[in-house]
Each structure stands twice: as C-alpha cells, then as structure tokens.
Ligand binder design. Structure first.
Ligand SMILES: [Fe+2]
Ligand SMILES: [Fe+2]
Length: 271
C-alpha cells in the first residue's frame, strides 16, 4: 500500500451509484448510465494526477446482473489504483464478489494509507431500500476503531446509506435507520475525520461534532437536493475527491462532467 512521507497527502476518489445494466444501451429514466460512468472515469483520469484509492460506494448494478458488475470492474481498473467496493441496496453481493474473483483485495473492509485508515461498512438489508448496520457490522466498526485509534490513525468511514438527513424529505425513509447505534460508537473516538456515503445521488456536505458528513453526485442520474418528493436534477454526473493530509485535515470537493447534456426524463416520478 502507498506509504508517503509526513508532508504528503493521499488522494481518495469516490465513485458511486452507477446503476449499470447488463445491456449497455439500457437507460434509467432516460439516461444511459454506462455513458455517465465512462465520462466520469475519463474526468478522473483527466484531473487526478495520482489516485491512492477509489471508494466504490454501492448501487453498482441497477439490474443486479453479472455483466453489469464485470463491466464496472473493467471501468474502475482503468484508474490503476487500489479500490474498495461496498454494496448498495440495488446490489447482489454474490455477483459483486464474483466480478472481483481476480481482485479480492477490493472486498477488504479496511485500508491503511500512511497515518490514515479507511473503514468500509455494509449497510444493506436484503429486500429493502433503507439501510441498517447489523450487530456484526457495528462490532466490526468498534474493533477497527479501537485498533486504528491505538495506532494513532486519522479515519475515514464509508457506507452506502446516508447516516444524516439530507434536505430532500423523501430520501429520509430510505436512509440509514439505526443511526443512534452508529453515532454512539463513532462519537467515542476523536480521530474520525469524515463519513462518506452514496445513495443520495447529490453533492452534500455538512459537519457533525467536527466530523465531515459527505455525499457525492452519482455517475448516473442526480436527485434534486431540495424537493420533498422524488425528482431529478439537471446536474451532470460526477465524483467526490478527498485529500487526506498527514496532519489529519481533509480537503474535499466534487467534480462533474462539463460541456455535455445527457438525455433524461425529468418528469419521472420514480426510478
Ligand atoms: Fe443509487
Ligand atoms: Fe442506494
């Protein structure tokens, strides 16, 4: 794993919610998700000098097909960087794992980068859109936090479902449900710097008890950030970047595809 000196920072890229289909020509509410992902991968290659880790935060396949996972792996491999995958509510974990049979390290749940540690959590509940962290996942989180705290690491946690409310009210029923359990654990550690999540298909940034809470645009369709009911946003696909500095500070931002208009059925009331 990359190990830099104390003055350097680590560049982490979040790619989320591609919602791919077995058939590349299929569309989701009018948008070709394959095209969105391809464009975002090109955008990363164009703008990121070197990438230390790619966080793939779920909803990889819209139809849970093996072909979609296999092609996602091919797209992400183009970034030539360590990658970590977690599932979203649309995913089938066995198919996801199968696509990574030659790259099992992408299924690891932790990664250490210099004096930083990244923890990946599975928040999926089979058959449901909302998220929940199981007892087992909460125990895993606590034990990793203990270990990383003892090693004096700064920490980033990644999870598919949003643990904090966003402004779009309709997403609330679909968010992480047992947030109290989650926050009870993380509030006991002072070295957690950011929690990053997918699922909300929009740029989102707030801070809770000095911990950054970060959502990212998806590489496919964007949800309108304010409406109380499902509605699409005209914003283009994109990704989130994080710079993890040795002194424990985090730089972050989102970058979207520019100069292109995607086909999208803005009148859709569901997806
Ligand atoms: Fe999604
Ligand atoms: Fe999701």
């Amino acid at each position: 794993m990359p190990n830099k000196n104390n003055t350097e920072s680590y560049r982490v890229i979040q790619i989320t919610d591609p919602h791919l289909f077995a058939d590349e020509s299929m569309t989701l509410v009018g948008m070709n998700c394959e095209e969105g992902l391809q464009d975002v991968i090109e955008l990363v290659k164009e703008h990121e000098e070197s990438v230390d880790c790619v966080l793939c935060t779920g909803d990889i396949a819209q139809d849970a097909s093996q072909e979609a996972y296999n092609r996602f792996a091919q797209h992400i491999n183009k970034l030539n960087a360590p990658q970590l995958w977690i599932p979203g509510n649309h995913d089938i974990i066995a198919s996801m794992q199968k696509a990574l049979s030659n790259k099992k390290e992408a299924l690891e749940k932790t990664l250490k980068l210099g004096n930083w540690g990244i923890i990946m959590l599975n928040s999926c509940v089979e058959g449901h859109i909302y998220g929940q962290l199981s007892e087992q996942e909460l125990d895993f989180l606590k034990s990793e936090l203990d270990g990383m705290h003892a090693e004096d690491r700064h920490i980033v946690i990644a999870v598919h479902h949003n643990p904090v409310p966003v402004n779009a009210e309709w997403l609330q029923n679909h968010s992480l449900q047992n947030t109290q359990d989650f926050f009870e654990i993380i509030d006991a550690y002072k070295n957690i710097k950011a929690v990053v999540f997918g699922h909300i298909h929009q740029d989102f940034k707030t801070s809770r008890k000095k911990v950054l809470m970060l959502g990212s645009p998806s590489t496919s369709i964007q949800f309108h950030p304010e409406n109380d009911y499902f509605s699409l946003d005209k914003e283009n696909p994109g990704y989130r970047w994080l710079s993890l500095h040795a002194n424990g500070t985090v730089g972050t931002g989102v970058r979207r595809v520019v100069g292109k208009k995607y086909k999208l059925d803005l009148s859709s009331s569901e997806y």
